[in-house]
Write a protein that binds this ligand. Structure first.
Ligand SMILES: [Fe+2]
Length: 251
């Protein structure tokens, strides 16, 4: 399996004081924004993980804590993995964590995932059973369609507008659960702007919505609960099986 090509040693001693400072700064800002803007399931997971406020986490230590909570194991990696390797890992409850941390000029928005994004953005929801059910079944669908280019475009849109930039309606208030939004102070402010379009979660609408992961998004999609994500999966696979080309008309 190619997975081992991307797995690296975290080289914890290689982080500079400046890197730990970046972590501490991001953590502090995030904590201030989170209580108001982030969904309760994420906050519960964040509390359970007991992440360090001042120093970059050792991936091995967080992996031990997460394994005890929900059975997931973490592996340090050099960066983004090819989709097949990424989704295969997820089906096995293995989560790749980028070992590098962003540079100080990327504090507000980092184009590439880094350890802060992966740990603080994504791990808290890996403690939530319903969200994990969605993610693992979604990943297993993705591995089935990995050779189908059109299906993968559609799946990447669902993934992006849920896992990375998804919003949830919590007692009539929009809260964030997407990891990219949660770890970008700039994007949290943008989403909170009443002029930013927020649409009800709808897979046909998302299928026709393009995205650019290197920029802030122009629109967002809102679920009512994590059941919406899990419940869409049968419908999602049916649509992929039937005819992907008719669904992808905006390409
Ligand atoms: Fe991410």
């Amino acid at each position: 399996m190619k997975i081992k090509d991307y797995v690296i040693d975290q080289n914890y001693e290689g982080y500079l004081a400046e890197d730990h400072h970046t972590w501490a700064l991001l953590y502090k800002r995030q904590e201030e924004l989170h209580n108001k803007l982030v969904c309760k399931e994420y906050l519960d997971g964040f509390t359970k993980l007991e992440l360090s406020k001042t120093k970059i986490e050792r991936i091995e230590d967080v992996s031990d804590r997460l394994k005890n909570i929900s059975g997931w194991t973490l592996l340090p990696v050099s960066g983004l993995l090819p989709p097949i390797d990424f989704f295969e890992m997820l089906t096995q409850k293995i989560y790749p964590v980028t070992a590098a941390i962003r540079k100080p000029f990327e504090i507000d928005f980092s184009e590439q995932p880094d350890i802060f994004h992966d740990v603080c953005g994504h791990l808290p929801l890996l403690t939530n059973e319903k969200f994990v059910e969605f993610l693992t079944v979604f990943s297993s669908i993705a591995t089935k369609y990995i050779e189908n280019e059109e299906a993968m475009v559609l799946l990447s849109r669902i993934y992006w507008f849920t896992y990375e930039t998804g919003l949830i309606n919590e007692d009539g208030v929009f809260k964030f659960y997407g990891g990219a939004v949660i770890t970008s102070a700039e994007e949290m402010v943008k989403v909170n702007d009443p002029n930013t379009p927020k649409y009800p979660f709808d897979i046909d609408h998302i299928f026709k919505t393009t995205f650019n992961s290197f920029e802030l998004q122009n629109e967002y999609f809102v679920i009512n609960s994590f059941d919406d994500l899990f419940n869409c999966l049968i419908d999602l696979e049916e649509k992929l099986t039937n005819n992907t080309s008719s669904l992808i008309s905006s390409l």
